[in-house]
Design a binder for this molecule. Structure first.
Ligand code: FAD
Ligand code: 2HG
Ligand code: ZN
Length: 599
């Protein structure tokens, strides 16, 4: 019976000692359109996700073009958006002229100054095909000095700039809103040094994450960060979004692993913080400002990162649970019983599994039936026998306690990969299923699934509500999938989802950032005083606000500040959360005053 089945499975646990790193999920053939070549890795390192969908309908180009021609943009249109905010182009920004092109061509050479429409199309549009800008210029610098010259020039001309990495961001931060100059770091892709004793890697910001993974693999190390977009995202983009991913549970966030970085400020100054020390308490640790600042404070050009050694034994289990409470208890049990070998604890619900099975090529259910919840557990350690025994004991105990209703343990690297493919493929499956409203929430673990259920009750049959994510980190990916975008559905989701999260002391952005999607939502998760200080930092480092305009808190600074902030504060005061403090409420006027006077 089930118990026997488990025991049988547990006996068959296979160590993956010879190839501990799982193979990246193979990229489906998406009829890759023309794209600026330097951003592609080649050969083996390209097996991770590459983000083009041959099957997708092209954007409704005529509509888009009309919108952009009118000078105002529905940032997210009815079909591609999650809010109907209309943002006007800021007239203070200059538009590109022939002198500018001449300057950039002299600086970078013809082939690194891209004006070709096809190449620009890819750079103007995000991975979800939800946000589309109308930039006429893509620059591909090859050195810090070139980045510095670009920014110095743009600052002097008041040309707005969007720093871009692999363009895999999920909040619209990596693409222009209007005609901002795109500065893509893809040509700055060299590993600069690797210390095999300390495991400290120094690289340029444009290195694709998977290329670094492959480089380190040959040295017996791994990256402390792993995510489904590894085949395209760049380390500079990862740092700028403070990407979390699948290993955060074990190795911590990039704030813990990035030892130093080099960044170019808006005025072209190069800030050298490229330390390689584990400990350095001399003054403020300024690199942290750039980790997660989404291109709003400077362009990250080099990164120094602490990498852990590759361990010899990896096990992957895919388990079924009958309810969410069992997933929670299983997490507690995994922490207790697997302790230091636990390297991932991911969960997905039945809806997520159904999407993966129906939309991903070559994915099949490793279990004979469908279940309400699934948990993917990975252990990574150095003692094969003891790791195996630990996992076995954990599985048997969890089965006896009724926490698991079924499950499998990968017998080899292929099986481990195919289980990981299910989890990593969910964003792609969602894209294939139609329109999707994405929310990336930090919520106390015991409450995580409540929002999924509440949303389901609210939306009824009008949409499919999908819950999955990094349960070990308290990070839910709430996705609402519909055949097409519909403002009526959106009105039921927002602001409810943000208010709910704020009420439960969560964060409205666990790991994806604010970008354009949540440019005016920061107050749901941060106090006015904190936002005020952020605005001061922004004003100090980028006084002309040329870096990534309309995104993050800049939208608050530049547009409709009073109205939006007051509206949000109204919501705070009606929710029993920490933002109810009268002091904060009364200080908002000062915040606004300060922000306005700072412009
Ligand atoms: P981009 O998308 O190009 O840019 C993201 C932001 O960083 C933008 O605001 C941009 O302006 C800024 N930026 C980029 N490069 C620089 C630079 N050098 N200097 C300054 N600013 C810069 N995210 C997670 O956190 N965890 C996940 O598990 C995860 N899984 C994903 C799975 C899939 C399939 C996809 C498509 C995305 C996933 N993401 C995940 C989101 C995304 O991959 C990450 O945010 C990633 O870190 C973005 O890197 P990028 O190089 O693509 O940056
Ligand atoms: C993941 O964990 C990514 O797969 C994407 O962060 C999350 O699609 C999403 O909502
Ligand atoms: Zn994630």
């Amino acid at each position: 019976m089930k118990m026997d089945r488990w025991r049988a499975s547990a006996r068959r646990i296979l160590k993956l000692s010879s190839r501990p790193d799982r193979a990246p999920r193979s990229a489906p053939d998406r009829g890759n359109p023309a794209r600026y070549g330097s951003l592609h890795c080649s050969g083996r390192s390209c097996r991770g996700t590459q983000f083009y969908f041959g099957h997708q309908q092209p954007l409704s180009v005529h509509l888009r073009e009309r919108e952009f021609a009118s000078g105002a943009s529905f940032i997210q249109s009815r079909w591609f958006g999650s809010m109907a905010t209309k943002i006007q182009r800021n007239p203070k920004f200059a538009t590109i002229n022939s002198d500018d092109i001449r300057y950039f061509t002299d600086l970078l050479g013809d082939k690194n100054v891209i004006q070709d429409e096809d190449a620009l199309l890819a750079a103007n549009m995000d991975w979800m095909r939800k946000y589309k800008g109308s930039s006429k210029l893509l620059l591909l610098p090859r050195s810090t000095e070139e980045v510095s010259q670009i920014l110095k020039y743009c600052n002097s001309r008041c040309l707005a700039v969007v720093p871009q990495g692999g363009n895999t961001g999920l909040v619209g931060g990596s693409v222009p809103v209007f005609d901002e100059v795109i500065v893509n770091l893809g040509s700055m892709n060299k590993v600069l040094s690797f210390d095999e004793v300390s495991g400290i890697l120094v690289s340029e910001a444009g290195c694709i994450l998977e290329s670094l993974v492959n480089f380190l693999d040959s040295k017996g190390f791994i990256m402390p960060l792993d995510l489904g977009a590894k085949g395209s995202c760049q380390i500079g983009g990862n740092v700028s979004t403070n990407a979390g991913g699948l290993r955060l549970l074990r190795y911590g966030s990039l704030h813990a692993n990035v030892l130093g970085l080099e960044a170019v400020l808006a005025n072209g100054d190069v800030l050298d913080m490229l330390g390689t020390l584990r400990k350095d308490n001399t003054g403020y640790d300024l690199k942290h400002l750039f980790i997660g600042s989404e291109g709003s404070l400077g362009i990250v050009t080099k990164v120094s990162i602490l990498t852990p050694p590759k361990l010899s034994s990896v096990n992957v289990a895919f388990l079924a649970c009958t309810d969410y409470l069992s997933c929670q208890k299983l997490l507690l049990e995994a922490r207790r019983k697997l302790g230091e070998v636990l390297s991932a604890f991911e969960f997905l619900d039945e809806q997520a599994m159904d999407l993966a099975l129906n939309h991903l090529e070559g994915v099949r259910n490793p279990l004979p039936a469908l279940h309400k919840f699934y948990v993917l557990i990975e252990t990574t350690g150095s003692d094969e026998r003891s790791d195996r025994e630990k996992l076995e004991a954990f599985l048997v105990h969890s089965m006896e306690e009724g926490l698991i209703s079924d499950g499998v343990v990968a017998q080899d690297i292929q099986q481990a990969s195919s289980v990981w493919n299910i989890r990593e493929g969910i964003p792609e499956a969602l894209m294939k299923a139609g329109a999707v409203y994405k929310y990336d929430l930090s919520i106390p673990v015991e409450k995580i699934y409540d929002i999924v259920e509440e949303m389901r009750n609210k939306l009824g049959h009008s949409a499919r509500v999908v819950g999955y994510g990094h349960l070990g980190d308290g990070n839910l990916h709430l996705n609402i999938s519909c055949p097409q975008y519909d403002d009526a559905v959106l009105a039921q989701i927002e602001p409810f989802v943000y208010e709910w999260t704020s009420k439960h002391r969560g964060s409205i952005s666990a790991e994806h950032g604010l970008g354009l999607m949540k440019a005016d939502k920061i107050f749901y998760s941060k106090s006015p005083a904190a936002v005020q200080l952020m605005a001061s930092v922004k004003n100090l480092l980028d006084p002309n606000h040329i870096l990534n305009p309309y995104k993050q808190l800049q939208e608050l600074i530049e547009h409709n500040l009073m109205v939006k902030s007051n509206a949000i504060v109204g919501k705070w005061s009606s929710s029993p959360c920490r933002y109810q403090s009268e002091h904060w409420l009364s200080s908002l006027g000062d915040v606004i005053q300060h922000l306005i006077s700072a412009i």
